[in-house]
Design a protein around this ligand. Structure first.
Ligand code: PLP
Length: 376
């Protein structure tokens, strides 16, 4: 392939940016639990690559001999710890086998025979599958030109429906990482009613550094009975494989969700690990520092290569790749790096999970090679 001078120049600038960033990487955070690298580099599922929090590992080791018992006590202790942490009552919290299950029980609690689901597109998509399995009408509202959730267009979809609407919103949104506008969101949630209920997915809330971020937990605390919030231990708390999520809702909504939950959906391992992670005072700061260092590395390279990226409010970044996303994903996989997949309406962009800085250096070097090939 004929390479343009632009390709060589920008790739050269990226290499030096990476070298400089690499110099700073001696101060990278480390945990004793960092997993050994085997197989392809996984930058595709937005996991926390720091590995299990050390406190969770210890709690797991201590608790496993008790795993012949049912998990009631371990689940109660976790829910109590969560209630204290969030300033809520345990009656406002429900355990989920991952937040995916919280999304399902929320939808099942809110859906009625004439209800439609209104959701942005693209977003985290499992709720669509749940709705379709129920035979529910699904309206997918494309993001606006700036790739932001188009609240006005979603509101129009609600108004145009002669029946109940269940609205799913993801804040920050996956795959863009963009926040919902706080004022607009607050206003809309304030209009919630028996005919308009909301599921707010805050899987990445703990990563958000922007002061303007407004968690919908505030709505629950204010007594709004038509809002369910889903959160997870799979992301910043690094427990994706243990399946711990939780729902937050005003008690009447929570009771409706409980009626839809499967019995004994918790497990001892997940409960003790989550409680320990929650009480590990250093974990969040360490993970945020790791994320920021990785983001800085990636941004230096993207900037040097002239590849636009959206503002990052999570542990992933959505950036341009100047080529077909599926082809790019396949080429990265062939090179041993798994990156995000193709999403609707956003061909030419890719979602990249932010792993550890050493992992991102590997990714950046590969991206520079892709530029040298003329692939990005
Ligand atoms: C926005 C969002 N919500 C929910 C989930 C599901 O997480 P889990 O079921 O592991 O809690 C994910 C996972 O990637 C996600 O990105």
């Amino acid at each position: 392939m004929q390479l343009s001078r632009r390709h060589f120049l920008s790739a050269g600038a990226a290499v030096s940016a990476l070298a400089m960033a690499g110099c700073q990487s001696s101060a990278l955070p480390h945990t004793s639990q960092m997993p050994a690298q085997s197989g392809p580099l996984a930058l595709n599922f937005n996991e926390n690559s720091l590995g299990l929090p050390p406190a969770s590992m210890k709690a797991l080791q201590q608790a496993l001999p008790q795993a012949f018992r049912y998990p009631d006590a371990a689940r109660s202790e976790l829910m109590q710890a969560l209630a204290e942490y969030l300033g809520l009552q345990t009656e406002q919290l429900i355990y989920g086998n991952g937040s995916s299950e919280v999304l399902k029980m929320s939808l099942d609690a809110m859906a009625t025979s004439n209800a439609q689901l209104v959701m942005p597109d693209p977003t985290f998509g499992v709720i669509e599958d749940y709705a379709l399995a129920r035979g529910m009408k699904v309206v997918k509202v494309p993001l606006n030109a700036a790739l932001q959730t188009d609240i006005a267009a979603m509101q129009a979809a609600v108004t145009g429906h002669n029946g109940k609407s269940v609205v799913y919103l993801c804040n920050p949104n996956n795959p863009t990482g963009l926040l919902l506008p706080g004022g607009e969101l607050r206003q809309w949630l304030g209009q919630a009613s028996d005919k308009l209920e909301f599921i707010i997915d805050e899987a990445y809330a703990e990563y958000v550094q922007q002061p303007e971020f407004e968690s919908a937990i505030t709505q629950v605390k204010a007594g709004n009975p038509h809002v369910a919030v889903a959160r997870t231990f799979s992301k910043i708390y690094a427990l994706a494989g243990l399946r711990v999520g939780y729902g937050i809702a005003e008690t009447s909504m929570l009771n409706r969700m409980t009626a839809q939950a499967s019995i004994d959906n918790a497990n001892i391992a997940g409960c003790v690990a989550a409680k320990a992670a929650l009480q590990d005072k250093d974990w969040l700061a360490l993970s945020i520092k790791n994320n920021q260092q990785s983001l800085a590395l990636v941004m230096e390279t993207l900037n040097a290569l002239g590849l636009e990226a959206l503002p990052c409010n999570a542990n992933f970044i959505f950036h341009r790749i100047n080529s077909d996303t599926s082809e790019y994903q396949q080429r990265m996989a062939d090179a041993g790096i798994l990156v995000g997949r193709q999403f609707n309406h956003t061909n030419g962009w890719n979602r990249l999970s932010l792993g550890r800085p050493d992992e991102m250096v590997r990714f950046c070097k590969m991206l520079i090679r892709f530029r040298q090939q003329g692939w990005v």
